[in-house]
Design a protein around this ligand. Structure first.
Ligand code: ADP
Ligand code: MG
Ligand code: MG
Length: 933
């Protein structure tokens, strides 16, 4: 290996720094950084991640130079510490610690007190005049080393830990309960027995030579990189195997030498609520993991100030707290040890926190100039912002419900938050009870567009079937509704009007409580509270100045807006949704699904008449009934948009979705009455419209092409609405979007109608308005021929739901039976209906963008599929150069933050000035240099 294998950190020199996490691992890089800024860190050295990578490349063999380099490093460390490895008078002891880029469960456990053997233990006992401490350290070392390096571990899950078993036996013999009660002599006996255990178990003697011990420990760290637990973790979080782990070897300091010693962990601020308070715990006379393992109840950091012996360290820790935040620019989660009243720092890293703590800390620390605005944006988890929006269970009531054993089932957490209300099984009942001011939870086997009104009326939605992208889940997200989907254990009987689960039967009107953040379903009532953010932005029942949470959130969002280059739109079908979305930061509508309006009030009758009419005459009559409804809807939407662009999609779904299906006899009877025909005729028409594969059937622009009067009515409704609203002095920017286009000619036929109607409306109303006509790109042929389609389109919007279905040949609604297995088998990494499949679907999108813009360089392109609110998909849209993303109103804040992160991660390429060709330029010069890996 050509590169440096080992980096030092210590008083005499420090090679690494905080920005070298890839090479030194998170722990090693930060130990170096803390040393550099003058914090008291025991000296040590880091073997780089490259050595680990190299070890695997060479069939589990370390580079030849490693042994030599380690010897040098130990020499250096001996000098630094003023102690000698293996010295019987003044032995140097070290810890061996693994450390990947990010802390990673599954990696090797830390080994403490390495360097002890019979001789050095006696030396340590003499030097410290504390034999008990020396023997206790020795037995801990044997235990850790025997377990981690030599593999003395229990063989079956139900076995006892072998070392614990030996220790328990000795406790019984000498008659003590706690290991702290062991005398030095007891511990010496324990050491003897541990050594025998290791010999019996492995057939090998415990290595007494500290250098051999160190070698063994270092290789054990390397090996742990490929243990099952670590591999599994990396797969789950998509961490590449090539990262490797570093190994840190560090001089020991002892928190277990007496009452003037301690060990602890702390956060520089409260990670739960973000308060600027020192937050942490410590234990007197303890070592390593004792605090976390809970061997004794720890004390809080503030109590340390009162400690008569180590009280002075409290002030020192407070200074450290400030220094850490100043230098690391974020809240730190750190470990420390106090040895004979002297403070030592052993680790620091950015602290994990709740969404609330995240926004508060970002707000406070940016204002305090401790955190850069870029870091404030980059360090957040966009998805977690959801936590700020959701109603919550009252904490005490929630705990009580669990304690009372009221948990019935657990489904998919599809819409976060908490809801508690009367359970109902029909949309009608939901509306009826809601109208009386009752909180309701709508429980359905599955939901369909027919349930929409009931879903709107409900506080929560529970389904027994369906996944996170089922209708229920999708609508829940769009409306910010609490939803538990696919709770398979729940049996719903519509006829009896009951919900059964785990021996409990609920009748309509009985109370039920669901937690859409966890998927839990409880019977009975649990008190809830609205989130402050919702009270300010949606209900407007709280003033911004009265809500601290809102102010923190708002600060962060405005910061995000400074960085993002993607536009932000929303998928909304109703004025109130539009208003909410704008409050959350939307800059227009990216998808207005006109058919959602067809279900309101009596409109469905006219819709059904329109569909079932045989003569064009009858169809036109029905459409004429619908026109004023649609126009009113659009007027409302344009008013709510108040000058922002609104992209309206023409009718898209297969027509049978609007009809009562064959099993719905009562519904068909109703329709027959409404349409003045027989039930048999209705049934015949319904079965005529039946399709084997509706997703690929008579839908999208195919409807408007074969029944142009539908497109005409919709266009007229849009433009007449525009004219009305303009008259009120409000600007409008309609964008008419044609769905499911795969051929340029399809679009042409629709564009023609839209333009003709627009001209007619302008003439009739005397109002001029600007509008555009574009298309969705949602079938592969549309993407592949985007250059042709762009000739007729003024904008594109990727309908990634259908594009994913058609690209993968996978029906979203039927994928539940195999998708989870596909994920387990790693055929796919993530659910492609939640997060864009970049290599497949993404490639089609890229082709669509490139081809579209090859025809029209300024072609405006957005996305309106469900993916528009998914952080990874937002990032992808940024990378391929879309103009905007569109998502459900309540996901707008998530997309805003994700877009800002994407912009920071992938800054716009600076367009290089045109180079004038010079035939003499040496083009090969840069290539010949070998690049350092
Ligand atoms: P983890 O990654 O699991 O946190 P660490 O390497 O941080 O593991 O070590 C586990 C425990 O051992 C921590 O409490 C740490 O503070 C302590 N420790 C590690 N190295 C030393 C050392 N040189 N002296 C004293 N304690 C140490
Ligand atoms: Mg640690
Ligand atoms: Mg579609």
């Amino acid at each position: 290996m050509a590169n440096k294998l080992i980096y030092f950190f210590g008083k005499s020199k420090t090679d690494g720094g905080g920005d070298m996490k890839a090479l030194l691992g998170g722990k090693g890089a930060n130990l170096a950084q803390m040393t550099k800024i003058g914090l008291p860190v025991p000296s040590g050295f880091t073997i780089t991640t490259e050595v680990c990578v190299n070890y695997y490349k060479n069939g589990r063999k370390a580079p030849a130079e490693l042994a030599v380099e380690m010897e040098k490093a130990i020499k250096w460390l001996e000098k630094e510490a003023g102690k000698k490895f293996g010295d019987v008078k003044n032995p140097l002891l070290v810890s061996v610690r693994s450390g990947a880029r990010d802390s990673m469960p599954g990696m090797m456990d830390t080994i403490l007190n390495l360097g002890l053997n019979d001789a050095t233990c006696e030396g340590l006992a003499a030097a410290t005049a504390n034999p008990r401490f020396a023997w206790d350290s020795y037995r801990r070392f044997l235990q850790m080393y025997g377990d981690v390096v030599m593999g003395v571990q229990k063989k079956n899950e139900n076995d006892h830990e072998p070392f614990e078993e030996v220790m328990d036996a000795l406790k019984k013999e000498v008659g003590v309960k706690d290991d702290t009660e062991f005398s030095a002599a007891n511990l010496q006996e324990l050491v003897k027995r541990f050594k025998k255990l290791i010999k019996d178990w492995t057939g090998k003697a415990f290595p007494t030579d500290p250098v051999k011990q160190l070698e063994g420990a270092v290789f054990a760290v390397f090996s742990s990189w490929m243990n099952d637990r670590a591999i599994l973790y990396r797969q789950k979080y998509r961490i590449p195997d090539e990262w490797g782990t570093a190994v840190n070897v560090q001089a020991m300091v002892f928190g277990n030498m007496g009452d003037d010693c301690a060990t602890g962990v702390a956060f520089t601020r409260d990670p739960a609520n973000g308060d600027n308070v020192f937050y942490g715990e410590y234990l007197v006379n303890a070592q390593g993991e004792d605090v976390v393992a809970g061997v004794r109840t720890p004390l809080t950091i503030s109590e340390m100030a009162k400690d008569k012996i180590i009280g002075a360290a409290h002030k020192e820790l407070n200074d450290v707290r400030k220094t850490l935040e100043k230098n690391f620019g974020d809240v730190q989660d750190f470990e420390f040890t106090i040895e004979k009243k002297k403070l030592y720092m052993l680790q620091t890293r950015n602290g994990k926190r709740t969404a609330l703590a995240y926004v508060k800390i970002a707000h406070d620390m940016v204002k305090e100039k401790l955190m850069t605005p870029e870091h404030a944006i980059k360090s957040g988890d966009p998805e977690a912002l959801n936590q700020l929006l959701q109603p919550i269970f009252d904490t005490t009531a929630y705990a009580a419900a669990a304690k009372e054993g009221r948990l019935m089932a657990v489904g998919l957490p599809a819409g976060p938050g908490a809801a508690s209300g009367a359970v109902v099984f029909t949309a009608g009942k939901a509306e009826e009870l809601a109208a009386k001011g009752q909180s309701v939870v709508l429980a359905r086997i599955e939901t369909s567009p027919e349930d929409l009104r009931g879903m709107i009326a409900s506080d929560g939605i529970l389904t027994a079937r369906g996944g996170v992208s089922s209708h229920a889940a999708l609508v829940a997200r769009q409306m910010g509704k609490v939803c538990v989907a696919g709770a398979g254990d729940v049996e719903i009987d519509y006829h009896k009007g009951t919900l059964k689960c785990k021996g409990v039967t609920l009748k309509e009107g009985d109370f039920i409580s669901i937690n859409g953040t966890t998927g839990e379903v409880f019977h009975g009532k649990i008190a809830t509270a609205d989130s402050e953010l919702k009270q300010v932005l949606v209900n407007k029942t709280m003033k911004p100045k009265d809500s601290k949470v809102f102010q923190y959130y708002d600060f962060l969002m405005k910061l995000a807006d400074k960085y993002r280059t993607l536009g932000m739109r929303t998928n909304a079908d109703q004025p109130d949704q539009v208003v909410n979305a704008i409050a959350f930061g939307a800059e227009g509508i990216g998808l207005c699904r006109t058919e959602h309006m067809f279900f309101e009030g009596d409109r469905i009758i006219a819709v059904r008449q329109m569909i079932l009419a045989k003569a064009e005459e009858d169809r036109k009559k029905a459409l004429a009934t619908l026109l004023p409804y649609q126009q009113k809807d659009f007027e409302g939407i344009f008013r709510a948009l108040n000058g922002l662009p609104g992209c309206i999609r023409l009718l898209d779904p297969p027509l049978h979705e609007f009809l009562p299906q064959h099993d719905n006899h009562k519904g068909q009877e109703e329709v027959a009455k409404q349409l003045k025909t027989t039930v048999a005729e209705v049934a015949r028409l319904v079965s005529e419209l039946h399709e084997f594969n509706p997703m690929l059937g008579f839908r999208g622009c195919r409807l408007g092409i074969l029944r142009p009067e539908i497109t005409e009515m919709q266009a007229r409704a849009i433009f007449q609405a525009a004219a009305v609203v303009i008259k009120e002095g409000i600007k409008v920017k309609p964008e008419v979007m044609v769905p499911l286009v795969g051929f340029k000619k399809e679009l042409d036929l629709q564009v023609e109608i839209v333009h003709r109607v627009a001209a007619e409306v302008m003439k009739a109303t005397g109002k001029k308005f600007a509008y555009t006509v574009g298309t969705m790109i949602e079938v592969p042929r549309g993407a592949l021929t985007a250059d042709e389609i762009a000739e007729s389109a003024e904008f594109f919007s990727f309908g990634t739901n259908d594009l994913t279905q058609t690209c993968l040949g996978m029906s979203r609604d039927d994928s539940g039976s195999f998708l989870p297995a596909y994920q387990n088998l790693e055929i796919i990494k993530a659910n492609p209906f939640a997060s864009i499949d970049r290599t497949g679907v993404g490639q089609l999108m890229k082709i669509g963008v490139d081809k579209g813009r090859s025809t029209k360089p300024d072609l405006k392109i957005g996305i309106c599929g469900e993916h528009g609110g998914d952080p990874s998909s937002v990032e992808f849209c940024h990378i391929i150069g879309l103009d905007y993303v569109s998502c459900s109103p309540f996901r707008v804040p998530i997309a805003r933050l994700a877009a800002a992160q994407a912009a920071l991660r992938h800054p716009a390429k600076v367009v290089a000035p045109k180079v004038i060709k010079d035939s003499k330029a040496k083009t090969g010069a840069t290539k010949s240099k070998t690049s350092r890996k």
